[in-house]
Design a protein around this ligand. Structure first.
Ligand code: NAP
Length: 251
């Protein structure tokens, strides 16, 4: 049974591992191509956009895909909207692996911001030393608050020319641990952290480190992300695939 996984997350890679050793399914992993050297994957991988909803419908038909699992990042809302629309149009079942958001713990000083622009405003008027952990695509938004000194952690260097003036970069790829995150925030004299509510374990240490150091975190609210049948874990997604397989075979 031919399956498409929309990936780019830890869960998608775990799912790819499980499917690579499962003779019931013939799966392909799709990545957006946001990183120059993606981590090695257990499944055959295609990279790059499909060309909107029409392109995705075409791909699903050409490749004779029977089921799709959307395991993309919680802030990648466009590809999820496309997946819902394209699977609807092609009458292909869709499941979505949804990662639970982090929730505020005692000691957390979160400032909620509805989007990245609001996050830049929320840092405040006075110059501060800011740790930006929002990826590379929206760094330019912080040029609207040039009074701050930014340390941005990214996987690949940004190509944008409209970056904030006082910007230092640290290139790294998670997972991160608490001791190293605490040391980074201390050594770089960070006063405030800006984060997306990614959920999961891999990048949570910065939130714990901020809590321990008494630092505020500007937390960008998750966008509305359209979904198919919601599953929480890669194993649940496999069970759903098996359910689809059985119903197609009339078992
Ligand atoms: P997006 O805004 O949802 O998608 C933009 C376009 O990228 C889609 O319309 C699609 O192009 C293509 N695309 C996205 N995911 C794809 C996939 N798995 N396979 C093939 N094409 C895909 O997503 P984004 O631009 O990647 O990221 C949006 C937000 O998520 C950002 O804030 C980013 O920092 C965060 N984020 C994303 C990832 C990731 O792996 N994508 C990882 C970490 C964080 P077409 O319309 O041409 O098909």
């Amino acid at each position: 049974m031919r399956v498409l996984i929309l990936g780019g997350t830890t869960e998608a890679s775990s799912l790819a591992h499980l499917l690579a050793n499962d003779a019931r399914f013939e799966a392909t992993l799709s990545l957006a191509g946001r990183t120059a050297q993606p981590a090695p994957q257990a499944l055959p991988t295609r990279i790059g956009g499909f060309g909107g909803i029409d392109g995705l419908v075409r791909y699903l038909r050409d490749e004779k895909i029977v089921a799709v699992i959307d395991a993309t990042h919680p802030y990648a809302d466009q590809i999820s909207a496309h997946a819902v629309a394209a699977c609807g149009r092609a009458a292909i079942p869709l499941a979505s692996l949804v990662r639970a958001p982090w929730t505020r713990q005692a000691g957390d000083q979160w400032i909620e911001a509805v989007d990245t622009r609001a996050a830049a405003d929320a840092i405040g008027r006075d110059p501060r030393r800011v740790f930006l952990t929002i990826g590379r695509q929206e760094l330019a938004v912080f040029a609207s608050a040039p009074q701050h000194h930014y340390l941005a952690r990214i996987i690949d260097a940004p190509s944008d020319d409209a970056l904030p003036p006082n910007l230092s970069l640290v290139q790294a790829r998670g997972p991160y641990d608490l001791a190293a995150e605490t040391a980074l925030l201390r050594d770089r004299r960070i006063e405030i952290v800006v984060s997306k509510n990614a959920g999961g374990e891999a990048t949570y240490a910065k939130i714990e480190a901020a809590r321990e150091l008494g630092l505020p975190v500007v937390m960008i609210t998750r966008p509305h992300k359209p979904a198919g049948h919601v599953t929480a874990k890669p194993e649940d997604a496999i069970a759903w695939l098996d359910h689809v397989r059985r119903s197609l075979r009339g078992v």
